[in-house]
Design a protein around this ligand. Structure first.
Ligand code: 4AZ
Length: 419
């Protein structure tokens, strides 16, 4: 039955309510829009990266400077970075300046040329031309306040570069970590599962397409691994190498051309447990696939240093490999402690190094063999100090992992590969 009175009443009583809702929604939308606009125009900080080449004419280029892990390279990089940090922090761009990072040192016509990345956070709209101008001005100031160094900055050398270009520059150098790619220096290694690109030098050495060992990328064509991985099969045609943190969907698979096992490898004592693998075709470096640095022959890792072991090995002796790459923090143990009667009782020789946790726990295990024991230096450049080799079971107290000590074999690596 039709009842007009009630409908009219309903319409009249609903109106203020609907209007109220519209007003409230309108105010909220307006507020959010204004808030977002203010945020993006005034407060959002966008990173800007500049590349600059500095000519330092009174520093002699030496052989030591060829290696980014040498103390000479580190010291010179630090001096340049500190100088640039001080200069920019004392300038009117102090608030916008984040950091200076030396990515490369090479030989110049006279002295050395350092390629430096400068990171700024600019708020709101900036004119690229005026920013470049201001940075050049400040760099000219650096020329006059360089202490004992004679620095030449060619203005045409200051260049705004996209983040992808900075990344390309960094992945060509050894040991660049994901935190370096953004010059953020912030990485929290937690849990035990790694993410994509966390350990870009980690490879899986596969026998007939099944994971068998870990391997460590040291150039576009060469990997380091353990000699004992080839105990049963030495024919390179049965081996391949995959890259990427998931075994189930690798980013690349490359066949093996050549396997070089250390001529003095002794399986009974695990001595000289080191091998080199040459790829059939070179891998191009990407954000997720690139090489780690090698320490020099005369370098030593301090006892107690925190190092990271990574691999797809099993979670207990006799278990199977895992699909997602895992990572663990362990500490360097002296060979004297590792050779104590309750530990390995003299089985650890000078070509080996031990790493583990007090009381056991985190450790390498079956299937991790041939993988890296890596450490970052104070500039966040990673080097490989050990190769997973042996141990009594996994994670037991007083039975740490034993690793092939890479500096001990540094000259052999150069002899075989030219690296
Ligand atoms: C293995 O069987 C193995 N806990 C590797 C490393 C360790 C133990 C066993 C160290 O390949």
């Amino acid at each position: 039955m039709y009842r007009p009175g009630r409908v009219a009443l309903a319409t009249r009583s609903l109106n203020p309510f609907v209007v109220g809702i519209f007003v409230v929604v309108g105010i909220v939308i307006l507020g959010v829009t204004i808030g977002l606009l203010v945020h993006f125009l005034a407060f959002a900080q966008k990173p800007y990266l500049y590349q600059s080449n500095l000519r330092i004419t009174n520093v002699e280029y030496t052989r030591q400077l060829e290696s980014p892990t040498s103390s000479e390279y580190r010291a010179l990089s630090r001096t340049i970075e500190n100088l640039m940090n001080e200069t920019f922090r004392a300038s009117y761009l102090a608030r916008q300046f984040k950091r200076a990072y030396v990515v490369r040192i090479r030989q110049g016509d006279q002295g050395v040329i350092a390629t430096v990345l400068l990171k700024f956070h600019f708020t709101g709209r900036v004119s690229e031309a005026s920013m470049k101008n201001r940075i050049e001005q400040i760099l000219r100031r650096l020329q006059n306040n360089a202490g004992t160094m004679i620095i030449n900055v060619s203005p045409e050398n200051v260049q705004l570069i996209p983040p992808a270009t900075a990344e390309d520059i960094l992945i060509r150098e050894c040991g660049s970590s994901p935190e370096l790619m953004t010059l953020s220096f912030e990485r929290i290694i937690q849990g035990t599962q790694a993410g994509a690109g966390d350990w870009p030098w980690q490879a899986s050495l596969q026998l007939n397409n099944a994971h068998h060992c870990g391997a460590i990328l040291i150039s576009n064509a060469w990997l380091l691994t353990a000699a004992h991985c080839f105990r049963t099969v030495r024919d390179p045609r049965q081996w391949s190498v995959t890259f990427g943190y998931l075994l189930s969907s690798p980013e690349r698979r490359v066949n093996v051309r050549r396997i070089i096992i250390h001529p003095n490898y002794i399986s009974e004592t695990h001595e000289n447990d080191i091998a080199l693998v040459e790829l059939n075709s070179e891998v191009s470096f990407t954000r997720n696939i690139h090489r780690i640095c090698l320490p020099a022959a005369n370098e030593n890792i301090p006892v107690g240093a925190t190092v990271y072991v990574t691999g797809w090995g099993s979670l207990q002796p006799g278990g199977s490999s895992v699909n997602v790459l895992r990572q663990g923090a362990v500490q360097i143990i002296s060979n004297a402690d590792c050779n104590a009667p309750e530990s390995y009782n003299g089985l650890v020789t000078s070509g080996m190094i031990c790493a583990g946790r007090q009381g056991g726990g985190t450790d390498a295990c079956q299937g991790d063999s041939g993988g890296p024991l890596a450490m970052a230096d104070s500039r966040q450049i990673w080097s490989v100090w050990g190769i997973v080799s042996w141990g009594y079971e996994c994670g037991l107290p007083n039975k740490p992992g034993v690793y092939t000590y890479v500096p001990f074999y540094r000259d052999w690596i150069t002899q075989q590969t030219g690296i």
